[in-house]
Design a protein around this ligand. Structure first.
Ligand SMILES: Cc1cc2nc3c(=O)[nH]c(=O)nc-3n(C[C@H](O)[C@H](O)[C@H](O)COP(=O)(O)O)c2cc1C
Length: 212
């Protein structure tokens, strides 16, 4: 079935995109307001886009009545945030932080989660997350009623027990236990079911084709 995104209502486009572009990694974004109150919320319009500098992007939509979410307001005010990645063990806490609390509420305290001081930015990282990216604003890109926050990653924490070889920067990715967001409200995918397909050089592909 063909869907024409130039004529479909926004709610329908949203449903189609979030139930097909899956699984999406989840940025559990920690910010602080100008008074230093900590805010945390999950964002699955999220990915990493480049390596020099490392830039990640987060799509921040509006609140139901149109006002900006606290994450975006805080990033506008302070230009700093941390992105924590979400393991299955933290899904319950993450869900609490997605509640529409009014500005000034510390969602990490509400959810009983652990704040750990960051090394280069003021917002802390979440102790229950095995990976955290410390970010400074690179650019804010308005896209309709969303704002895409592009963040330059200035430091990264990886849980010690998930490092295989610090020298070679080998990470035990399966051990991170991360989840991705699936369709609908409340569905997630584990990263435990994997498939390996070795990459081919052009010569290997040509040889494979000749063999028939
Ligand atoms: C798994 C998950 C992913 C989410 N992804 C997004 C997203 O990409 N963009 C967005 O605007 N809201 C997203 N939300 C909703 C926000 O987390 C929610 O509106 C939250 O209350 C915003 O908090 P804040 O006002 O403290 O920033 C998501 C919620 C969940 C549970």
């Amino acid at each position: 079935m063909l869907f024409d995104f130039e004529t479909l209502p926004v709610a329908d486009r949203y449903k189609l995109v979030v139930s097909t572009v899956v699984p999406r990694p989840i940025a559990w974004v920690v910010t602080q307001d100008a008074a230093g109150v900590v805010n945390a919320a999950p964002y699955s319009f999220f990915n990493a886009f480049s390596d020099d500098p490392v830039v990640v992007g987060i799509g921040c939509g509006p609140r139901p009545k149109g006002a900006a979410k606290d994450t975006l307001e805080n990033i506008r005010a302070t230009e700093e945030f941390t992105v924590c990645l979400v393991p299955e063990t933290a899904l319950g806490g993450m869900t609490v932080t997605a509640t529409d609390f009014p500005p000034g509420v510390d969602e990490l305290a509400e959810a009983g989660l652990t704040k750990v001081a960051s090394s280069k930015v003021r917002p802390p990282r979440i102790g229950e997350s095995p990976v955290a990216l410390e970010c400074r604003t690179f650019q804010l890109v308005p896209v309709g009623h969303h704002t895409i926050v592009l963040g330059r990653v200035v430091a990264m924490h990886v849980a010690d027990d998930c490092i295989l070889d610090a020298e070679k920067k080998y990470v035990d990715t399966p051990k991170l236990g991360l989840v991705g967001r699936m369709h609908g409200r409340g569905w997630y995918a584990r990263t435990t079911d994997r498939v390996e397909v070795p990459r081919l050089t052009l010569a290997e592909w040509e040889a494979q084709k000749t063999k028939g």
